[in-house]
Design a protein. Sequence first.
Length: 72
Amino acid sequence: MAKTLELQFGTELGKTARLSLDNPKEPIDEAAVKQAMEQIIGAAVFTSASGRYVEAKSARVINRNVVEYEIV
């Protein structure tokens, strides 16, 4: 099962931008995630088509099951 931590940010133009991190360390420390998101916003190194990240909106862990089949 593949897991991804998805961070959702509000942008300058009022849209939502997402940043995904594979294989997050669990259990998720909500305070640490919020602090990291604030640091990302403060550093202003990420941007999207709808502008810079200006607010931390939410974070979530996405579980995904992948079943591969060999087709010969």
